[in-house]
Design a protein around this ligand. Structure first.
Ligand SMILES: [Fe+2]
Length: 570
């Protein structure tokens, strides 16, 4: 049975293909069309996934779409009647849904009637929840999804039991922790779609001075729910101006004049960040943590479950995630790498396969390497075309050589194997550097990233060594959880430790990425430190996909070494 999952006409458009419940390939459209968080129809991602799986589009049994217009239809209609005319882009996006079959056929130069697949529509949050539960190794878990909004809800929780996912309750629009975070991120002058993670980074530099105000802005309810004081927002009264066309998505202003009266004029994009901005970010982060942790405690109590499977855009808040196990009573926390809307493609597929069709569970997502891969021959062709000098190294010679370059303080672009699924580079499309050098953050920013100084860089750590260096359970294969570094260790690894003593670590498992594990192991042999700084291989663009893009980014920036497959360019 072949299922194609699509997140389309929404941010982070993506595709994933499953054969008999096993994931074969998954990719985000932004890697192909080079627009960050690209919306629209993921034609390139679909073509690549089917090519990778060796499947003809006419042989697909089901196409799973993470959106259900009939879900919560009365609430949707009531709000639609209250709001002014919705943006034309939004209408366009809805219209596009009627021609999905044509769009899919068009990707392959076919007619709609040649596609025999049955189209199944899965409610947005059910797809988020399914993306986590059905890729985890848990047969029983509490399952929670929190984001901006999808199918009129902003939070849904339930229980996963084997093949079934049972929804217990919703929090509906306009109350949304995701929109709260987006609105304040906009107020802080960070206007690009998906900029919320910058606010999280900034929060560590401030004090939660405005916690009392945020307590008014976002209140916990009596049940597993919360409310926003809507006078601080306009998304409920003026509608949300959202564009999910092919390019980067756009979201119009969501905060009201009352927020401006409360905190003063919003920060102009590009203007200096001052302590007032840091304190607002800190207060927002603190309030978000307080609310989500309390809701998760209540979910734990109500569900009686030991394991938590978590998804939705808010599940990218790795600082909050770092507190979940210690403060909610859950024994295990699982978040798959594409916790945001890209992950809906896999969630919708698995919901159809298990919950709707009743097929047994067998797939567990042990790694994030589900994207495109290029052979050594293809890489060499690019290098020859570019006329660059290179050397060839393999096995322990490669890891030994590159580890010594890193130990010398060189910055290495490391391009290997299959691309990562989700927004984090996890050792296959990564820029690597020495974590021992306190100034490495500045060096990286000068040479490549040119990004805000308040944003931390994160470390990849050998899985078996993580507990020696960090506090807590330290299992974080997908770099989505923050842990505190052990105080006595910070001086040996200062660069990727954030100002508050924490780090968003990736624990690297020898069995899932032996090449990357070996490189870090060699670095440990040479320096005594079992970690490297790992940041995504890009420069203000989606993570590089092809060898050509890797070369372009390498030559445009001031990195020292590029490793692609067995080829080393210095
Ligand atoms: Fe979502």
């Amino acid at each position: 049975m072949i299922i194609l999952g699509l997140n389309c006409f929404h941010g982070d458009a993506s595709a994933a293909v499953f054969r008999d419940g096993e994931m074969i390939a998954a990719a985000e459209e932004e890697r192909f069309n080079r627009f960050k968080h690209s919306g629209g129809f993921p034609s390139n991602a679909i073509r690549w996934c089917l090519y990778q799986a060796g499947i003809d589009v006419r042989d697909i049994d089901y196409v799973a779409i993470p959106r259900k217009s009939s879900a919560h239809i009365f609430r949707k209609l009531i709000w639609a009647a209250r709001l002014p005319v919705a943006s034309t882009a939004r209408f366009k996006a809805l219209k596009n849904f009627t021609s999905l079959k044509e769009q899919l056929a068009l990707c392959f130069g076919l007619k709609a009637n040649e596609i025999k697949a049955d189209f199944k529509f899965v409610e947005h949050h059910l797809a988020h929840m399914a993306s986590s539960f059905y890729t985890s190794d848990h047969q029983n878990a509490a399952v929670v999804s929190i984001d901006g909004m999808g199918d009129h809800a902003s939070m849904v929780w339930g229980v996963g039991e084997g093949k079934k996912l049972i929804v217990k309750d919703h929090v509906y629009f306009p109350h949304s922790l995701g929109f709260l975070y987006t609105a304040i991120t906009q107020y802080l002058g960070m206007r690009a779609y998906g900029d919320e993670y910058k606010t999280m980074g900034l929060a560590s530099y401030g004090k939660p001075k405005y916690e009392d105000i945020f307590q008014k802005i976002a209140q916990i309810g009596n049940s597993i729910d919360f409310k926003l004081d809507l006078s601080y927002f306009i998304h409920h009264s003026k509608g949300i101006d959202m564009t999910f066309e092919e390019g980067e998505p756009y979201i119009g202003t969501m905060f009201s004049d009352k927020l401006v009266k409360t905190f003063g004029p919003p920060r102009e994009p590009g203007s200096p960040v001052n302590s007032h901005h840091k304190d607002i970010a800190s207060s927002l982060q603190k309030r978000t943590e307080t609310i989500v942790l309390e809701l998760l405690r209540r979910v734990k109590y109500s569900s009686g479950q030991q394991n938590l499977c978590y998804a939705g855009g808010v599940a990218f808040n790795c600082v909050l995630n770092g507190r979940i196990l210690g403060e909610t009573g859950f024994d295990d926390l699982y978040i798959q790498p594409a916790a945001g809307d890209a992950g809906l493609a896999i969630g919708a597929s698995l919901f159809v396969y298990h919950h709707i069709l009743g097929n047994p569970r067998k797939f567990v997502m042990k790694h994030s390497y589900w994207g495109p891969e290029y052979s050594n021959d293809q890489i060499k062709e690019e290098l020859d075309d570019a006329g660059l000098r290179f050397s060839t190294k393999d096995g322990s010679h490669l890891s030994d050589h590159i580890a010594s370059k890193l130990a010398e303080g060189k910055i290495v672009a490391w391009y290997q194997g299959k691309a990562e699924w989700g927004p984090r580079a996890l050792g296959n499309r990564s820029i690597l550097a020495d974590p021992r050098n306190e100034n490495m953050k500045e060096v990286l920013n000068q040479k490549i990233k040119n990004r805000e100084m308040f944003r931390p860089f994160a470390p990849s750590v050998l899985k078996e060594k993580a507990q020696e260096w960090f506090e807590g359970k330290t299992d974080s294969p997908f770099m989505l959880i923050t842990y505190n570094a052990k105080k006595e260790k910070i001086k040996y690894m200062p660069a990727p430790i954030h100002v508050d003593g924490s780090a968003r670590i990736q624990t690297v498992d020898q069995s899932t990425n032996p090449l990357y594990w070996n490189l870090i192991k060699q670095f440990e042999n040479q320096t005594g430190v079992p970690a490297l700084i790992n940041t995504s291989f890009n420069e203000s663009e989606p993570i590089v996909d092809t060898p050509k893009q890797a070369l372009e980014t390498f030559t445009r920036t001031n990195m020292d070494v590029l490793v692609m497959g067995n080829y080393v360019i210095e």
